[in-house]
Design a protein around this ligand. Structure first.
Ligand code: SF4
Length: 392
């Protein structure tokens, strides 16, 4: 399937399969994508797919960039001005993210989570205050040379005062075999040893295994780049004001690196792209569902109707049996399995339905089915999408 100028109209079979496989070096987050579904990492690496980034991811990017700017450009010395400037930098970064989102057809109707924005602003202001309180300046931080991981652009670790801990930010690290590479958000050199931090913009009160494994892989890369093992590692959720310790026992880190190597080798040697797919829960957050054949096969193979209704919120596909425009609302019925799904949306939400025909196949994503099992209503939210499928 393909999207030439993106119009929510897809042609069968084009753009399947994705043509590029990711190459080394792999960052810890890509390793986790490969672990959850290797096919998704191939979509990620391949051009030609209209992308859709969730708004929380955009807030996270703006947050991360603002934080980085403290260490690169510094902040004014007095707290009031520093806080004001920090807020302006974040708002500016978020504004850029929003412009980017508005230019993407799949993103422009997504809701903006203002509560999360407020949490991000709070976290940025706190970090700015901390920065000023501790007397940091950009020279307090060692900026590692991106071209030579392991080599710092300053020769000595500067200390601002006897209490301050030398800190490195955005530290490039890689494994000896060159398979893994990444940047550690923050490294503190305490008198007891090295502590590493990974910042996540999630608002959660638990620590998923994937975040732990990322810190463990970073620890191994730190060891193979700098020679020592970190004494501890933390996953930090600044928006939630929480930090979780992660075991960085060398034995555990080596085991995680070996496991990750096996996962990457399997991705590289498997010839069939279809066999790389692991349809399941990961599909709920996968932006490539419209083009992913294994996903649609998996959905259509479900035997239990009740289970299929449950899973239809990931995506379902059926044929249009009724299509009316009444009082600026589209009214559709869709034949799906042996049920008739009803759908009603404002006209402006789905302008491409002007090109739809009775009998045409539609793919519907992120719309929950509710009501009678054989005449359910599709609840079409701001997150939902409808694609028209054209036979070639
Ligand atoms: S839709 Fe599911 S199976 Fe397909 S690439 Fe995404 S995660 Fe993998």
């Amino acid at each position: 399937m393909t999207t030439t100028s993106f119009s929510y109209i897809l042609s069968e079979d084009e753009n399947w399969p994705p043509h590029v496989r990711p190459n080394s070096p792999f960052g810890p987050s890509i390793v986790e994508i490969v672990r959850s579904c290797p096919l998704r990492s191939c979509f990620d690496a391949s051009p030609g797919y209209e992308r859709r980034m969730d708004y929380p991811v955009r807030i996270g990017t703006a947050f991360h960039r603002t934080l980085q700017s403290f260490y690169e450009k510094g902040l004014p010395n007095d707290q009031e001005t520093a806080v004001k400037e920090a807020r302006e930098r974040f708002e500016n970064e978020l504004h850029h993210q929003e412009i980017d989102a508005l230019a993407r057809p799949r993103e422009k109707s997504l809701p903006r989570d203002t509560t999360r924005v407020d949490r991000a602003v709070e976290a940025i202001l706190l970090e700015a205050m901390r920065y000023v309180e501790l007397g940091f300046t950009p020279t307090s931080f060692i900026h590692s040379d991106p071209n030579e991981p392991g080599k710092n652009s300053t020769h000595e670790m500067p200390r601002i005062d006897s209490d301050s801990v030398p800190i490195e930010v955005e530290v490039p690290v890689r494994s000896k075999d060159g398979l893994f590479q990444g940047r550690i958000d923050r490294v503190e050199h305490t008198s007891d040893g090295t502590v590493i931090y990974d910042f996540k913009s999630a608002l959660r009160d638990d620590l998923p295994g994937r975040y732990q494994r990322q810190i463990q892989l970073y620890s191994l890369m730190w060891h193979e780049t700098r020679g020592d093992w970190p004494i501890s590692g933390f996953v930090v959720y600044p928006l939630a004001g929480k930090a979780y310790p992660v075991s960085v026992d060398p034995e555990v880190c080596i085991k995680i690196a070996q496991e990750s190597t096996t996962i990457i080798k399997n991705l590289q040697k498997e010839l069939s792209l279809t066999r790389l797919a692991i349809p399941g829960d990961t599909c709920t957050i996968c932006e490539y569902r419209p083009w992913c054949k294994p996903f649609w096969s998996w959905q259509s193979e479900e035997n239990s109707h009740l289970q299929a209704i449950e899973r239809a919120s990931f995506g379902f596909s059926g044929r249009i049996t009724r299509l009316d425009l009444i009082n600026h609302r589209w009214h559709l019925t869709i034949a799906w399995r042996n049920a008739t799904v009803r759908l009603s949306t404002p006209e402006e939400r789905l302008p491409h339905l002007y090109n739809a025909k009775i009998g045409q196949t539609v793919l519907i994503l992120d719309a929950r089915l509710q009501g009678a099992p054989y005449t359910p209503l599709a609840v079409f939210s701001e997150y939902s999408e409808l694609y028209l499928l054209q036979s070639r």
